[in-house]
Design a protein around this ligand. Structure first.
Ligand code: ADE
Ligand code: ZN
Length: 336
């Protein structure tokens, strides 16, 4: 097996995936029709043609507009099942999935409608394909902290059905420190917490996410290479980064994949993982990310093994489950 075949075939976890970002144009149009919504794009092709982003905000504007077609429990079920079907094809055995309740509750969709739809999709994938999933509630950082605290209040009756908390949306001008109180309350639930940091924002935001929000993982974090002491800290404290290569190129964090900082992160011993972020918008799912990275860096089986192992080790499942999955990964490697 060559390195690319191994990378695609081996069992792995996806730890950075926004379920709303897996809404393919075809499904968006089907849901708009099913819900009787006048969707502001003429065709699937016209919508795809709008996927031409200059930065994070230009993407987020479209991402929030498209989310408007998600109205019913069935819609969230279909969205989840469609993503998990694609992930399974790339041998993702476990996915920790972000959802943005504020995007939906602000439109009058009840929190429980969103949650039940996503859970039902996940249950179908578990029953049909044995896939494991976790749901991570993400707060929108462009909104005031008080609104995020209200969202947490709304989520509390369902806390046993949520597996962690995250922070996403517009990074610049919305540092982690803005959410100190919110994350203190999130951590008090005993669930793990993560935050997007160092995607467009500076390395200082990564320090803040670690020091103030006390996150268990950093989402993106690719700008950490600008701060040598931070890289050292991430490596020695075994802090995982959920890196999203195609996303970073599509949002112009890097002009081309060859400029991506993944090789530096790995060389420094940082626990980096590969993920798809918003696959419907950024040119693909886990497998597409792997192919694009391999085309740029031509890594060997050892490096791909490290990346897959990092993803399983950095997941939020019990240690025994990780051990069992790593044994599966080792068996796959033995055949490579
Ligand atoms: N929401 C969805 N995708 C995101 C990203 N890449 N960064 C910040 N917020 C997001
Ligand atoms: Zn993201």
């Amino acid at each position: 097996m060559n390195a690319l075949d191994f990378a695609l075939a081996c069992p792995k976890a996806e730890l950075h995936l926004h379920i709303e970002g897996s809404l393919e144009p075809e499904l968006a149009f089907a849901l708009a029709q099913r819900n009787g919504i006048d969707f502001p794009f003429a065709s699937v092709e016209a919508l795809r043609a709008a996927y031409n982003f200059s930065d994070l905000q230009s993407f987020l504007d479209l991402y929030y507009a498209c989310a408007d077609v998600l109205r019913t429990e069935e819609d969230f079920h279909d969205l989840m099942l469609a993503y998990l079907r694609r992930a399974k094809a790339d041998n993702v055995i476990h996915a920790e999935i972000f959802f943005d309740p504020q995007t939906h509750t602000a439109r009058g969709i009840p929190f429980e409608t969103v949650l039940r739809g996503l859970e039902r999709g996940a249950a179908t994938a578990q029953a049909q394909w044995g896939m494991s999933t976790r749901l991570i509630l993400c707060f929108l950082r462009h909104l005031p902290e008080d609104e995020c605290l209200a969202c947490l209040d709304e989520a509390m009756p369902f806390i046993h059905r949520i597996h962690g908390f995250g922070l996403d949306s517009s990074e610049k001008g919305h540092p982690p420190s803005k959410f100190a109180r919110l994350f203190e309350r999130c951590r008090a639930t005993g669930l793990p917490v993560v935050a997007h940091a160092g995607e467009e924002g500076p390395p200082a935001y990564i320090h803040e996410a670690l020091d103030i929000l006390k996150v268990d993982r950093i989402d993106h974090g690719v700008r950490a290479v600008e701060d040598a002491a931070l890289i050292q800290r991430l490596a020695t404290q075994h802090i995982a980064l959920t890196v999203c290569p195609l996303s970073n190129v599509r949002l112009c964090i890097f002009q081309k994949m060859e400029q991506h900082t993944l090789p530096q992160l790995l060389a420094a011993g940082v626990r980096a993982t590969i993920n798809s972020d918003d696959p419907a918008y950024f040119g693909g799912y886990m497998g597409d990310n792997i192919r694009a990275v391999q085309a740029a860096f031509n890594w060997n089986v050892d490096t791909w093994y490290t990346l897959a192992r990092n993803s399983l080790e950095a997941s939020f499942v019990p240690a025994e489950q990780k051990t069992a999955w790593i044994a599966q990964l080792d068996a796959c490697r033995a055949q490579a």
